[in-house]
Write a protein that binds this ligand. Structure first.
Ligand SMILES: [Zn+2]
Length: 164
């Protein structure tokens, strides 16, 4: 499972479109979009933005199999807003994912916490997006150690040979 990270496209360094799928891997995006719950963005518009992101990744030769959105405001205390595991558990149920063997990549500590709360086997932080700022937070050093990569492409390049 790959959480998508702004500004770092999964597809860029992968040899051929669909190659990850060819090896039985799925890519899912799990995203908090509290702008919906706060009334800043309509859910339909958020979904359009997600569709556009998925289309851009596809145009670059990558693939996103599914997108899971938490549209709630933090004040709603839902079960799906990361660091809660709800969205990841939903993704696992819908796509029969073995979370212990899954990989979550995020740019926020709450992404990693959500992964751990859901039982995801590997939870990785990237420095792109909010990652570098998040890494400098005191909370980062208080968490159990986690791997850090510069960007999503580096994660894929590191992991992918082992998956062939
Ligand atoms: Zn939610």
């Amino acid at each position: 499972m790959f959480g998508l990270v702004r500004g770092c496209y999964l597809a860029r360094r992968i040899g051929s479109p669909g190659s990850l799928k060819g090896h039985g891997l799925q890519n899912h995006c799990v995203t908090n979009q509290s702008a919906v719950g706060r009334g800043i963005l309509k859910l339909a518009d958020a979904m359009l933005l997600n569709d556009r992101l998925v289309a851009e990744i596809a145009a670059a030769g990558g693939r996103v199999d599914d997108v899971f959105v938490c549209p709630h405001a933090p004040s709603e205390a839902c079960a799906c807003r990361k660091p809660n595991p709800g969205l990841i558990i939903k993704a696992a149920a819908r796509h029969s994912l073995d979370l212990e063997k899954s990989i979550l990549v995020g740019d926020a500590l709450t992404d990693l916490q959500a992964g751990r709360n859901a039982g995801v086997g590997q939870n990785i932080l990237v420095r792109t997006g909010r990652g570098a700022t998040q890494l400098a937070l005191p909370e980062a050093s208080q968490m159990a150690p986690f791997p850090v990569f510069d960007c999503l492409s580096d994660v894929v390049n590191f992991l992918y040979p082992a998956l062939l």
